[in-house]
Design a protein around this ligand. Structure first.
Ligand code: F6R
Length: 366
């Protein structure tokens, strides 16, 4: 069942092009330039009455939610918030019919996420669930359900579920924009055309594995690794840090790069590894200066940038490239080298990649 792969995690990382393809299938109509989501029965009037979109999830799904906030605010100009389910349910959040709740859960069984779903419904908020498991509690209890078509995810560390959650959020954001008319037709068609190419671009991104495999052992004895990024690269940094921690047991921290000066820079000294993501053109110059800041303190820097940005290479120790796409979609590609980095570092450290200590695939207890 591992299909010749040594670990489920690596198999699932490599299944992502297909998982994206299947999640997209039947949901975009390129000829008409529209998203087709019959499972989401929210009309224009109902949508126009929404004052806040509230995303709720745990762990990796929470990082997808962070990207979701960005997507909805950009495309709809509706305020969007994202909360950890275990915080949301206990903080007397403001919930009502004017709030659209979106819960994200691969398993559809995470106790805190389910509790947040139920709490939201009790307060009259419509709940839309994004889940990978048909018949799961989230699938049964949410008012509307989008199924990610990632196929069964066996490794404890989530990979293909994450990229399909992201794709589902992009589809939903563009769909809502289409219903509300907040997005210019031409721009929507352009976004959909780019989206259609993502499975193939992700396939190309998997080629970063060769280089990552070569340098993974340089990181095996590190005590701690920092991940930095801005804008859409920030959630990816969070996800990269989580992947590394859970399977390699190396401490990792993610920082919005603008926060470095506010404390973390004190930790940067010779040989401290910094994984810097700089895929957002409007923030590229700022990131470059953050990279120079940590390099000046002799950090060991891995940079993840867009193909074509070859200038970064000169100021870092290792450079990785993702294929060009619309800057809006980069999270789907940029997480792939981060998954592969965590995998290969964990592997050289001899860790049980598929079954990390102390963790369960689905957290059904609090
Ligand atoms: C990390 C990971 C976890 C899950 C989290 C939520 O790799 O897999 O952080 O993302 O436990 O699980 P679901 O999505 O099933 O609610």
């Amino acid at each position: 069942e591992k299909n010749g792969y040594e670990h489920f995690m690596r198999k699932e990382i490599h299944e992502q092009p297909q998982a994206l393809q299947e999640t997209m299938a039947g949901r975009i109509d390129l000829e008409r330039g529209v998203v087709v989501l019959p499972e989401v029965k929210i009309g224009r009037e109902e949508l126009a009455a929404i004052r806040r979109i509230q995303l709720v999830a745990c762990g990796t799904a929470f990082h997808a939610g962070m990207v979701g906030k960005y997507i909805f605010e950009k495309l709809l100009r509706i305020p969007a918030e994202v909360d950890l389910a275990s915080e949301y349910r206990y903080r007397q959040a403001i919930i009502g019919p004017e709030v659209l709740t979106i819960v994200i859960s691969q398993s559809g069984e995470t106790a805190d996420t389910l509790a947040a779903l139920r709490l939201s419904k009790t307060h009259g908020s419509k709940v839309l669930g994004i889940t990978n498991v048909i018949g799961s509690s989230v699938a049964r209890e949410a008012d509307e359900v989008i199924l990610t078509q990632a196929g069964p995810e066996i490794a404890v560390a989530s990979t293909k579920a994450y990229t399909t959650q992201l794709l589902s959020l992009y589809l939903l954001g563009i769909y809502f924009a289409q219903v509300l008319g907040t997005l210019d037709d031409g721009l929507r068609q352009q976004l959909l055309a780019e989206m259609y190419l993502l499975p193939r671009l992700l396939e190309k991104t998997l080629a970063t594995e060769t280089k990552i495999k070569e340098f993974a052992e340089d990181f095996q004895a590190k005590e701690s690794i920092f991940f930095i990024g801005r804008g859409l690269d920030y959630p990816s940094s969070m996800e990269g840090a989580l992947k590394l921690k859970e399977i390699s047991y190396i401490n990792a921290q993610a920082y919005a790069a603008g926060e470095l000066k506010h404390g973390t820079l004190a930790l940067i000294e010779e040989g401290v590894p910094v994984f810097a993501l700089a895929t957002q053109p409007d923030l590229y110059e700022k990131m470059l200066s953050n990279i120079k800041e940590v390099k000046a303190r002799e950090a060991t820097v891995v940079a993840l940038v867009n193909a074509g940005d070859y200038e970064t290479e000169k100021s870092v120790d290792y450079a990785l490239y993702i294929p060009k796409t619309h800057p809006f979609f980069t999270p789907i590609l940029s997480v792939v080298p981060l998954q592969l980095f965590a995998y290969h570092v964990a592997k050289v450290r001899g860790c049980d990649v598929d079954k990390p200590r102390n963790l369960a695939k689905s957290v059904t207890v609090e």
